[in-house]
Design a protein around this ligand. Structure first.
Ligand SMILES: [Zn+2]
Length: 381
């Protein structure tokens, strides 16, 4: 500890904690609970804009020990930060000058004040969709979806509803599997959600998150479509239902195809991973491949909500071009995150009456096979 470094009075620290509503003033992390165990914790640190020592970060040459001592307990000079942000601002003080930090600090306090003075106006419900075709059972904690909704200032009025897919029997994911999954989905959307209709009001927001096979997630998205206003969340291995980085730039996508009115297009989406052309051509040797790819396909491409909506905008443009170019069914091969599969399905409603055929890989060969024709399923009802 440097010489002439003064300690902040515990009473002042308590004030800084409550003033910031227990959240990091830079990244908004909830500092009152452990991210992994979800148990109460005290993760924050009271940080100084102008340091508690004449030699600390952002000190200026005129700073005497007396000034430092006075600033140590001055709430206007104090911020609540998570250890990561605290470390960043103190290790790179040039990037976080006094005026910038003060502005961020003031903006954060205004945000807390606004949130505290305004009632939550959007009642909501959460829906978790879980497929059972995985080797290891997966689950998403309903409590975490509740928290995600609260964080977005939409008020869940009931425990999240969980939609489970059917067990995959020895016949694999056949038509019966998808019909059963679709029926489970509609049961929840039509029946269970209607039970809450009065409390949900006319136009509720439904928060959805899922882990299931791609065709089932697309069916789910299509059923949500434009009949239910929804927000899609994403389950990340490390951050669970928190966005890994709300400030990360949206991923870059590129789309290319050769216009051909007679073509049966194979739309190949390489976003969470890469799909080689040969895997598509081995099942559809005469198709014309239309590629929709992330510049750098990877499993963690969904860093925030904008990544999903940006994907929705870009893929919609691509679908419009393909639909305008050929009336034949569009064959879809997707290596995409669950949230984007739901988004994709949600676009195949009012705006896209075009027939789509969805392929997926099957064990043990891992080769692609046609799983569902989305519009055919739709017409049966
Ligand atoms: Zn932080």
């Amino acid at each position: 500890m440097a010489e002439n470094r003064f300690d902040t009075d515990p009473k002042v620290k308590n004030y800084v904690w409550s003033r910031a509503a227990g959240h990091c003033e830079l990244c908004s992390l909830d500092l009152t609970q452990d991210l992994i165990t979800l148990t109460p914790a005290k993760l924050g640190e009271v940080a100084h804009i102008i340091p508690a020592s004449p030699k600390g970060p952002r000190s200026d040459t005129n700073q005497t020990p007396e000034i430092s001592e006075a600033l140590t307990d001055d709430p206007n000079n104090l911020m609540l930060l998570c250890p990561t942000c605290h470390n960043i601002i103190d290790k790179t003080p040039d990037g976080y000058p006094k005026d910038d930090l003060t502005a961020v600090h003031q903006a954060f306090l205004s945000k807390v004040e606004f949130a505290a003075n305004h009632a939550i106006t959007h009642p909501s419900a959460g829906i978790i969709i879980i497929g059972k075709h995985f080797e290891t059972p997966v689950r998403i904690d309903p409590g975490e979806l509740q928290q995600a909704l609260w964080r977005d200032a939409i008020q869940p009025i009931c425990r999240p509803l969980t939609i489970e897919g059917p067990v995959v029997d020895r016949y694999g994911r056949d038509d019966r599997y998808y019909e059963q999954f679709k029926s489970n989905i509609n049961q929840k959307l039509e029946h269970d959600l209607t039970l809450y209709r009065g409390r949900l009001g006319d136009n509720p927001i439904i928060g959805v998150v899922g882990i299931a096979d791609i065709p089932s997630l697309m069916i789910f998205g299509q059923q949500l479509g434009d009949r239910i206003r929804h927000k899609i969340y994403s389950s990340n291995r490390n951050t669970r239902l928190r966005w890994p980085d709300v400030n990360a730039p949206v991923p870059e996508f590129k789309f290319s195809f050769t216009e051909n009115g007679d073509a049966e297009y194979a739309l190949v989406m390489s976003i969470s991973g890469d799909i080689p052309d040969r895997d598509v051509l081995s099942i559809l040797p005469n198709c014309s491949i239309a590629k929709f790819s992330a510049t750098m396909p990877n499993y963690n491409i969904v860093q925030n909500e904008e990544a999903i909506s940006h994907f929705g905008i870009e893929i919609q443009k691509a679908l419009s071009q393909l639909e305008a170019s050929s009336p034949k069914p569009i064959h879809v091969f997707a290596a995409i995150p669950a949230a984007m599969a739901i988004k994709f399905g949600s676009l195949l409603t009012t705006n896209h009456k075009h027939p789509y055929a969805i392929y997926d890989r099957d064990p043990p060969s891992n080769a692609f096979r046609l799983h569902i024709k989305l519009n055919e399923l739709k017409e049966k009802r």
